[in-house]
Design a protein around this ligand. Structure first.
Ligand code: ACO
Length: 428
């Protein structure tokens, strides 16, 4: 704790506000007593200058393009760890020792099956429902199936709910896919890895043997790692806000899924691939870059720009490399990858993008990889939700255990009508 303060002068009097240091990164001005002492709120739509909590999970330096989970750089984790190792790290704070990883892997593996009645729940959806609509509904419904892990005051129940969510998400995402294509649900198989199991549940059919391709398994695992957590983004903040009222974890994660669905957030990889397909050919790239720069055209380059990164998103670099590896393994030459490379080159050298510090984000290349693996675009955000569930449960647990936690209740700058008297309907 430092004794540094910031002085706020308001209405002729001054107020000393504590300045709190983090372990790294910008200090924060603690304004908690401001309203009580000055009768004033701060105004910050979109939380561009406001820390909503303290957290020890993920650190981002957007200017430098740094992303650390519990201190470990994302590129090291993506290269050297597997997804469950990263999940353990996010949840427990340190990388697991071998026995801890074995036990965690065993626990997650043995929670991958879902209640059999849940299959009937799926059947209530139209076959053409978006997988994110299905995921929001089904994950919210888990609280109706697993009553024994909804007491948020019990740390053991919280841990079991966290394990259940991480374990069942691949099963639910695969079921959403199978339902949409009219194929039978595939049960998990416990001798496969977390990611291998997901690929099998998604792409195998009972009529044929299925072998997991280790290059695709590794690429998919890496995609999960790259999406596992990203500090207080919109969906994570939604999970925390929902959880701050004491709502059960399944309901909170369903709220996070709903938020993630938006095209400015998790829906961007779907939008980015659609955009690259629409551009279609390298010769059209310049015209689209010009549209993105035109103030009178609402078009934006999807997969470009980020609220926090004002430098190359470190996840985008790993994603680009993975895209090259997967396309090579599958022997696919996708013109969309050429369009992406060309678009990136033109945009990175264009004054508009340089001045606004707009770089490719994680979503720019991920759609190309997922498409090559065989996922339809509607599944992209569902895969993001699967991976981000790990971050969400880690953040949710951290919030519940934080003694400073309060129900999230932002204030507002009211600009509506002042008090007026009711007028009977015939006299208006
Ligand atoms: N293409 C063209 N111009 C852009 C783009 C883009 N992709 N992104 C931002 N800009 C411009 C804006 O027009 C604005 O210009 P102005 O200052 O002249 O008005 C300026 O850059 C700042 O943009 P904001 O929207 O104010 O920045 P903000 O931080 O609110 O938005 C966001 C970040 C939503 C990600 C934005 O860059 C965007 O819409 N990108 C495309 C969607 C996308 O890829 N989203 C994925 C984000 S990553 C994730 O969720 C996993």
């Amino acid at each position: 704790m430092s004794d540094k303060t910031a002085t706020l002068n308001v209405d002729g009097s001054s107020l000393e506000l504590p300045v709190l240091p983090g372990s790294v990164g910008p200090e924060v001005v603690d304004i908690r007593k401001m309203y009580g002492q000055t009768g004033k709120f701060t105004y910050d739509p979109g939380f561009t200058s406001t820390a909503s909590c303290q957290s020890a999970i993920t650190y981002i330096d957007g200017g430098e393009g740094i992303l650390l989970h519990r201190g470990y750089p994302i590129d090291q984790l993506a290269e050297k760890a597997n997804f469950l190792e990263v999940a353990y790290l996010l949840l427990h704070g340190d990388l697991p020792k071998q026995e801890e990883l074995d036990e965690f892997t065993q626990t997650i593996t043995y929670h991958t099956m879902v209640h059999e009645q849940l299959a009937q729940f799926f059947r209530g959806f139209r076959r053409d429902a978006h997988p994110m609509a299905v995921m929001t509904g089904v994950v919210g419904a888990l609280s109706a199936f697993y009553h024994d892990s909804t007491d948020i005051t019990d740390p053991q129940q919280r841990l079991i709910a966290s394990h259940r969510l991480i374990a069942k998400m691949p099963t639910i995402a695969a079921m959403a896919y199978k339902y949409s294509v009219g194929q039978p649900f595939v049960y998990p198989q416990n001798d496969l890895s977390y990611t291998g199991n997901f690929l099998r549940m998604t792409f195998s059919v009972p009529a044929e043997p299925y072998e997991v391709n280790p290059v695709i398994e590794r690429a998919m695992d890496r995609i999960f790692i790259l999406h596992a957590d990203h500090e207080q983004n919109a969906s994570t903040s939604t999970v925390r806000l929902a959880g701050s009222s004491g709502a059960n974890p399944f309901a909170c994660i369903a709220a996070g899924i709903a938020c993630l669905w938006g095209p400015a957030h998790g829906g961007a990889n779907e939008a980015a691939l659609n955009m690259l397909r629409e551009i279609g050919d390298e010769k059209n790239v310049k015209a689209y870059v010009d549209r993105a720069k035109d103030k009178n055209d609402p078009f934006r380059l999807m997969g470009f720009g980020h609220r926090v990164y004002k430098n190359y998103d470190p996840r985008a670099k790993v994603m680009q490399q993975t895209a090259e590896e997967v396309l090579k393994e599958l022997n696919i030459s996708d013109p969309v990858l050429d369009v992406a490379r060309q678009l990136e080159q033109i945009a990175l050298n264009d004054d508009y993008f340089i001045e606004k510090k707009l770089y490719p984000n994680v979503d720019f290349y991920s759609g190309i990889i997922l498409n090559a693996i065989g996922f339809p675009t509607e599944m992209f955000t569902a895969l993001f939700a699967l991976a981000r569930t790990t971050g969400w449960v880690a953040q949710w647990n951290e919030m519940i255990s934080d003694p400073e936690q309060k129900i999230g209740r932002p204030r507002q700058l009211y600009v509506g009508a002042t008090q007026r008297d009711y007028v009977p309907v015939g006299e208006r």
